[in-house]
Design a protein around this ligand. Structure first.
Ligand code: CA
Length: 370
């Protein structure tokens, strides 16, 4: 529709195509995909497996909130039992457990499934990639969800975005990082592509589950660690055993979290329950992202009150890490055509979003310092 036609439509009070509310998915909430739209009293008792420790603050809580919202919206027709990692299946088997139907729903982050397809990482976070609002915009409104659904369809899964951590922190160190050479030989807990980038800088990325990090850092098994951001880091107690808290979290600029559904089971649901699940994922997203922002802001104030030494990575260090990141992503995309397609879509959106941010958000932040 041409712009002037659109306004003409408004002027006479009618719009040819009714607006539909699009969820955080490729499908509109109201769209009928051919499944039965008949409300019966059939009860569904579903299971959700998650990659998070049981009762994990904010992130695990958002999964329980999802279940509560679904139960309330469906008038009790769907009940979901939420399991922490290891309670029903090990944390890193969530993807397979939902694909095989052991559970109908899973919650985690795409970068845990890099072994299934490297492309999955773009739907979570990549170093120097997009922040929370940008990656969400790409997924919801920039073509990301269509690629994500295509990727997971082959595994018998339906993905939905269900949360975001926001930009993370760079991590806890006991030595100053003044040049790229200071990363040489550094043993750091750093998962995913960030770890590959660290390795290019001569560091030794170490993969440790959440429960093992504190002791490893305290005993000097590792020299440094990243985790999430002030709220969760403070709960871990890193401020008691590390000297410096570095920013920014170049390796995770806005990690998106996902709900995954067994496709066969999801497709067989009446359309109102499908819409309720899509709606609950959106609810979960807003709640979780808002909690992260609020709790991090509070905790940062507390940490600063306790005299924590916050440092910023020098620009030369970040510039070199960006060079290594390009190399890591290039070697990943040249091996797999679908990963290249996802990267091209992601990167094209990132460039446009960065241009927009340069004249909007960046200028606004700058104006606060004038
Ligand atoms: Ca992290």
């Amino acid at each position: 529709m041409k712009r002037k036609d659109f306004f003409k439509g408004l002027a006479i009070g009618t719009i040819a195509t009714p607006f539909v509310i699009r969820g955080l998915t490729g499908k509109s909430l109201a769209q009928n995909n051919g499944s039965a739209n008949i409300i019966t009293n059939k009860k569904y008792q579903w299971k959700m497996v998650t990659t998070w420790p049981p009762g994990f603050p904010v992130i695990g809580e958002s999964c329980q909130l999802f279940a509560d919202v679904v139960k309330a919206m469906s008038g009790g027709r769907m009940e979901i039992r939420v399991y922490g990692g290891g309670e029903l299946v090990p944390a890193l088997e969530v993807f397979d457990a939902v694909a095989s139907g052991t559970a109908q729903i899973g919650n985690g982050a795409g970068y845990y499934w890099a072994g299934k397809s490297p492309a999955a990482q773009f739907f979570a976070s990549v170093p120097f990639g997009m922040n929370a609002q940008q990656v969400t915009s790409w997924i919801v409104a920039g073509g990301g969800i269509q690629l994500w659904e295509e990727l997971y369809r082959d595994f018998g899964l339906v993905p939905m975005v269900g949360g975001n951590t926001g930009v993370q922190m760079g991590g806890w160190f006991n030595r100053e990082i003044n040049s790229i050479k200071d990363l040489k030989g550094l043993k750091m807990r750093m998962p995913g592509l960030g770890g590959d980038v660290l390795a290019k800088a001569g560091g030794s990325p170490v993969l440790l589950a959440g429960g093992e990090i504190y002791t490893s850092l305290e005993l000097g098994v590792i020299d440094a660690t990243e985790w999430i951001s002030p709220y969760h880091d403070y709960l871990m107690g890193f401020q008691d055993i590390a000297k410096y808290y570095y920013t920014p979290g170049w390796h995770e600029p806005g990690t998106a979290l996902e709900y995954i559904f067994n496709k066969k089971e999801f497709d067989a649901l009446p359309t109102d329950l499908q819409a309720i699940l899509r709606s609950a994922a959106m609810h979960s997203y807003v709640w979780m992202f808002s909690q992260m922002e609020a709790r991090n802001a509070e905790t940062l104030t507390k940490l600063m009150g306790e005299g924590i030494d916050i440092r910023t990575f020098p620009p030369e260090v970040l510039a070199q890490l960006r060079v290594y990141t390009k190399e890591v992503i290039a070697s990943m995309t040249e091996k797999d055509a679908f990963t290249k397609r996802v990267y091209d879509s992601y990167n094209d959106f990132r460039k446009k979003a960065t241009n927009w941010a340069d004249i909007s958000e960046k200028q606004f932040y700058n104006s606060l310092e004038m």
